[in-house]
Ligand binder design. Sequence first.
Ligand SMILES: [Mg+2]
Ligand SMILES: [Zn+2]
Length: 170
Amino acid sequence: MRKVLFLDRDGVINKDVHYLYRKEDMHFIDGAPEALKKAVEAGYDLIVVTNQSGVARGYYTEEDVQVLHQYMGDLLAQSGAPILAFYYCPHLKGAKIKAYDKDCSCRKPKPGLLLQAMKDYSIDKKHSFMVGDKPGDVAAAKTAGLRGYQFTGSNLDTFLGPLLEKEKRL
Ligand SMILES: [Mg+2]
Ligand SMILES: [Zn+2]
């Protein structure tokens, strides 16, 4: 079984510029590559779970999301922090793009993305946890039966270091 660090994307891995899809607008949160490398060294696999309602709103396409994730994944892998999988929710109830106008079960704070990851991989829930920057991330984790922590501050390494120590003792 894998122990997994589940990560929200915007505001945790990359700076939240609202509806990011262009590579040139992707800037890592300070300390993020270093922090994620430490998590990998501590035995975690990394899985990203992200709401991308920009697809439903017509700001960008699913292909744009996938291209960006490939790019981010490549950079992080080069930094010693490969991402096992990216899961995203493209939906939004009442959205402009009808194909994505859906009251889905995968948009956080609902736990669908986490539950899907648990279906796809054999995950040691007890020793896994989630980090997000919004209360909805923490809520999704709790509903999925995981510990969830809200990232505060501006440097992910500073935040995650003590958390990895704490999790080691759980
Ligand atoms: Mg976020
Ligand atoms: Zn969804």
